[in-house]
Design a protein around this ligand. Structure first.
Ligand SMILES: Cc1cc2nc3c(=O)[nH]c(=O)nc-3n(C[C@H](O)[C@H](O)[C@H](O)COP(=O)(O)OP(=O)(O)OC[C@H]3O[C@@H](n4cnc5c(N)ncnc54)[C@H](O)[C@@H]3O)c2cc1C
Length: 339
């Protein structure tokens, strides 16, 4: 059976089995990504709890399909052409959040990092102040080991529960086994591994001090970052020993524009959508920035944004497909070939 037929069959069965679960078909990702860019994907499902999540993925597995699990899509560039063979699961509605008897916080994958950090503050728990302005979810934050202002998800995550889609099984992973590194976790390398919840261990603190810290960090963000325009945060990872934004700025690239995509004049690390940017504009701009920085500074920049290739396909039988595909292979090849 071909992939499109398998997708049609799965969508039909999901609608019959889970009639109350929101399931959008041929849905443009521009409406669901912080970049406001991207054509339609075949299906976009929003299960509200782990039970619907597992029933949904069971049907996909039966049809030999592997979905892409996303959180808030604040770190992804979707292609304009759309991805007619992609089934996306959004965890947004899986957002149970509560305090455990031992004082740790339990959060489902779809809880926003903003909500998680204010919940911690309300319970006089300190450690998540850094995360209050990161627009992602618990699942995306852990997968990316999101961080800011000296804090990272790895510092506060005690354990992570994942649902391994090929086996339809739940696993608990303790912090030491999560493979956390700079914007990195072991979950990135396991195809079909969905984060469904996590437990956070924080320190007791004074709620007024915690909330003052969060306000201060969010003021810093508003002052330094172009939060009024769509983006996906820092476009490039921090190269060892450097800051990507400083390198880009020193190369005179602030304000450099390709179509509707621009290196933010406010923060050179951000690529912003001026209103009508295409994924190709963003990609071409990233290529230009990358090759200019390499020519002038000799430092190769690697993308932090996940660039979903038009060839993106996740079929259950494929060999371990990495979650991080790039838009064309050029960004991962040598920067000299960039232009
Ligand atoms: C204005 C702005 C500011 C930002 N500032 C920061 C910052 O300070 N620090 C920082 O680190 N990042 C920052 N980001 C980037 C982004 O918010 C983070 O990377 C965030 O952790 C992504 O979370 P998400 O829920 O949006 O993930 P998504 O973008 O939805 O997904 C990111 C990756 O995680 C995977 N994924 C998501 N959820 C799951 C899940 N439940 N199970 C398995 N895989 C999953 C997706 O498949 C994808 O590979 C910023 C972005 C914007 C737009």
């Amino acid at each position: 059976m071909d992939l499109l037929t398998a997708l049609d069959n799965a969508v039909r069965e999901i609608k019959e089995t889970l009639p109350s679960m929101p399931l959008l078909e041929n849905e443009p990702m521009a409406a669901h990504s912080s970049f406001r860019i991207g054509g339609p994907v075949r299906a976009f499902a929003l299960p509200g709890d782990i039970t619907s999540f597992s029933r949904l993925t069971h049907i996909l597995k039966k049809n030999k399909l592997l979905p892409l699990v996303t959180g808030n899509r604040t770190n992804i560039l979707f292609p304009d052409e759309g991805l007619p063979e992609l089934f996306i699961i959004s965890t947004e509605r899986m957002d149970r959040l509560f305090l455990l008897p031992d004082g740790a916080i339990y959060a489902e994958a779809g809880v926003s990092l903003a909500k998680l950090s204010s919940f911690a503050c309300q319970h006089s728990l300190s450690g998540l102040e850094f995360a209050s302005g990161i627009p992602g979810s618990v699942g995306g934050g852990i997968l990316m080991n999101a961080g800011a202002y000296g804090g990272e998800m790895k510092d506060v995550t005690e354990s992570v529960v994942t649902y391994y889609l090929p086996q339809q099984k739940l696993y608990e992973t303790l912090n030491a086994q999560c493979g956390f590194g700079y914007r990195k976790s072991a979950f990135q390398t396991i195809a079909g591994c969905a984060i469904v919840s996590a437990v956070f261990r924080l320190k007791e603190g004074d709620p007024e001090e915690i909330s003052a810290k969060m306000r201060e960090l969010n003021d810093r963000r508003r002052e330094k970052q172009p939060l009024d325009l769509p983006s996906a945060g820092s476009a490039f990872r921090r190269p060892e020993g450097y800051y990507a934004a400083a390198l880009i700025d020193e190369c005179g690239l602030k304000g450099y524009t390709v179509g509707g995509a621009q290196v933010s004049p406010k923060h050179a690390g951000f690529i912003v959508n001026l209103g009508n940017a295409t994924s190709h504009d963003v990609y071409d701009l990233m290529m230009h920035v990358r090759s200019t920085v390499y020519q002038q500074k000799g430092v190769p920049l690697e993308p932090e944004i996940i660039l979903l290739s038009p060839e993106y396909r996740l079929v259950d039988e494929s060999p371990a497909a990495p979650l991080h595909h790039v838009y064309g292979s050029a960004l991962q090849s040598s920067p000299e070939n960039g232009e």
